[in-house]
Design a protein around this ligand. Structure first.
Ligand SMILES: Nc1ncnc2c1ncn2[C@@H]1O[C@H](COP(=O)(O)OP(=O)(O)OP(=O)(O)O)[C@@H](O)[C@H]1O
Ligand SMILES: [Mg+2]
Length: 284
């Protein structure tokens, strides 16, 4: 009847980017670009209010949104920090601890199933072009779910699920990127912090807070994000496991940049099913 219905589904033109490629996150103090390999790794982002944590997280999500081999799972107690990416995400959790726990439980099941699959094909980790893609779990303000909302029991449930995903998810492509305003040891126990391969400390109010993010003893050796100028948002120390902290200025996406990239990413991520149903609606 309608020629539109007979047409093959269109194929959105993607970027060809992959989560297996290192991700641009900013510039170091010598003006060199800083790229982070994110696959098989997790990142913790800490700092005082206004330090640039959500902006850093938005850059990570923005780059991942353009990689079609990673799904996005976003948790944001404030809703507006990561909300602009909702149409690119498979799951978006707002200020709802029960939904956050349910989502992490689902991810835990996915993780276990993936390991069972890898074992069945006698492999130890996922590889580029694998039968399943990576999953980025981005959490803005861990403390909302681990210390503010709900009661002690549910908060602990959330924390232990998160710890499990951070600890075991790497080989099956589960990447956790989490931000926290209060990098105190009750929010980020040392045992959890040390599981994050990458850690970024934006300006912190004290040397102790900076050490909680970077690792004990770095302030004494002259690496403290307390020395970052409060007006220099997005500047902080980045450390990789086994390395020394490096001072960087994080890349920044304005609200308009995010909207533009998110709209494009959502378009490249639409499935054939939604394309077909949109065409059916257009043809009706
Ligand atoms: N890399 C950057 N370059 C330039 N400006 C930045 C950068 N990162 C953040 N800013 C500026 O700092 C402001 C605060 O940043 P952001 O919202 O990311 O802070 P935050 O650490 O998430 O704060 P909060 O803890 O209150 O959520 C931004 O609105 C932006 O104007
Ligand atoms: Mg924020």
């Amino acid at each position: 009847m309608s020629p539109v219905l007979a047409a093959p589904p269109s194929v959105p033109v993607g970027t060809g980017m992959s989560i297996f490629d290192p991700m641009f996150v900013g510039m170091d103090e010598y003006g060199h670009p800083v790229y982070l390999p994110m696959i098989y790794r997790n990142i913790l982002i800490g700092g005082e209010p206004g330090a640039g944590k959500s902006s850093f997280l938005n850059t990570v999500i923005g780059t991942a949104s353009l990689c079609l081999d990673v799904s996005l799972c976003l948790l944001d107690g404030k809703q507006v920090e990561l909300g602009l990416w909702e149409n690119c995400a498979d799951v978006f959790v707002g200020p709802d601890l029960d939904l956050a726990i349910l989502t992490l439980q689902r991810l835990q099941t996915v993780m276990d199933n993936r390991y069972a699959f890898l074992k069945s094909v006698r492999r130890q980790k996922m590889v580029p072009g694998d039968v399943f893609g990576a999953i980025l779990i981005a959490i803005d303000e861990i403390a909302f779910y681990s210390a503010t909302a709900g009661d002690k029991k549910t908060q602990e449930q959330f924390s232990s699920l998160l710890r499990d995903l951070v600890a075991r998810g790497r080989a099956v492509g589960i990447i956790v990127a989490a931000a926290t305003q209060r990098p105190s040891s009750d929010i980020i126990p040392t045992s959890l912090r040390d599981l994050f391969a990458w850690r970024f400390a934006g300006r912190c109010t004290t040397n102790v807070s900076s050490d909680i993010v970077l690792g004990h003893g770095w302030a004494a050796r002259g690496y403290s994000s307390n020395t970052v100028d409060p007006t220099n948002q997005g500047c902080g120390y980045l450390i990789a496991e086994g390395g020394n902290p490096v001072l960087i200025k994080a890349a920044y996406m304005s609200n308009d940049d995010i909207i533009r990239v998110a709209d494009y990413a959502a378009w490249t991520r639409r499935t054939t099913t939604t394309t077909a149903s949109a065409e059916l609606h257009a043809a009706a």
